[in-house]
Structures are given as C-alpha cells and as structure tokens.
Design a protein around this ligand. Structure first.
Ligand code: DAT
Ligand code: MG
Length: 137
C-alpha cells in the first residue's frame, strides 16, 4: 500500500503567533515526512471549497474571514496512518478542552470570537486529504 498523505495547515493564528516552528518540530519529532511545504495566501473561493462541509453553519463566514486574515503554511505530510496520527497530534477541535500535550491543547485557548482559532488543520479522511491537497498544492 502506498504511504498515506494528508494536508496539514498552520492556520493564520499559528503563523501570526510565531508558532510555525514549534508545530513543525512536533510533526518532525513524530517521524512524519515533509513532502512539500509552502506559505499560501488563499482566496475566498479556495476556502469556501476547502470548508464546503460547513457551508450554512453559523461559524462558516467567520471561519472564512479568519482564514483570509493572513497566510497559512500548507504542508503535504506523508507516513503510514498519517491522517489519524496528525489529528491525534493536533488534539480535538475545541482548544479549551483539547488534551494537554496536543498542539491545540498546549497552544490554543478560547479568545471569545465567533470562530474557534485552533492553530492547525488536518484532513479527516483519505477522500478529504486527496481533495484538499489538490486545492492547496
Ligand atoms: P476540525 O478542524 O477539528 O476538523 P471542523 O472541521 O469541525 O474541525 O471545523 C473546522 C473549523 O471550524 C475548526 O477547526 C474550528 C471551527 N469551528 C468548528 N466548530 C465550531 C463551532 N461550533 N464554533 C466556532 N468555530 C467552530
Ligand atoms: Mg475538519
């Protein structure tokens, strides 16, 4: 079976707070391979496609606006079970309750905004990964 790939994003809050290096260090220490990495300033169309599953939800527009607020670092990451493994490294969606030891649990908090800022994105399935990698790379 070919090695699995996933899309990881260091989102605008992670880049703006200077946490890109700390996040990359955790990914590298875990042993996954960086296949490609680039700084991206996405447009609205890319983001609406990326987050299409959330269209119509109350946080959708704040989410797109947040993602437009600055560059993200897009990473093509590879390794066996990397989709599941990166989501485990990231922690659960809500940074207030994400486990300590995870990226979101250690670096995230609730800022009282309409959208949760939780530093990173990771694809949630092989189908999502292929779809999202084609959008960002
Ligand atoms: P994840 O990024 O863990 O896959 P998701 O796909 O459900 O989470 O949501 C995408 C992003 O939207 C998430 O990283 C933060 C934000 N978000 C999700 N649910 C939210 C909510 N109920 N209120 C505010 N922001 C939310
Ligand atoms: Mg998701």
């Amino acid at each position: 079976m070919p090695t699995e790939e996933t899309l990881v994003l260091v989102k605008p809050d992670g880049v703006a707070r200077g946490l890109t290096g700390a996040i990359l260090a955790r990914i590298e220490a875990k042993g996954y391979a960086l296949v490609d990495i680039r700084l991206v300033e996405p447009d609205r169309e890319l983001l609406e496609q990326h987050y299409a599953e959330h269209a119509g939800k109350p946080f959708f527009e704040p989410l797109v606006e947040f993602m437009l607020s600055g560059p993200s670092v897009a990473i093509r990451l590879a390794g066996n079970r990397v989709i599941e493994g990166f989501r485990s490294l990231a922690g659960t969606t809500d940074p207030t309750t994400a486990a300590p030891g995870t990226i979101r649990g250690d670096f995230g908090r609730d800022w009282g905004l309409k959208v949760q800022q939780n530093l990173v994105h990771g694809s949630d399935s092989p189908e999502s990964a292929q779809r999202e990698l084609a959008l960002w790379f």
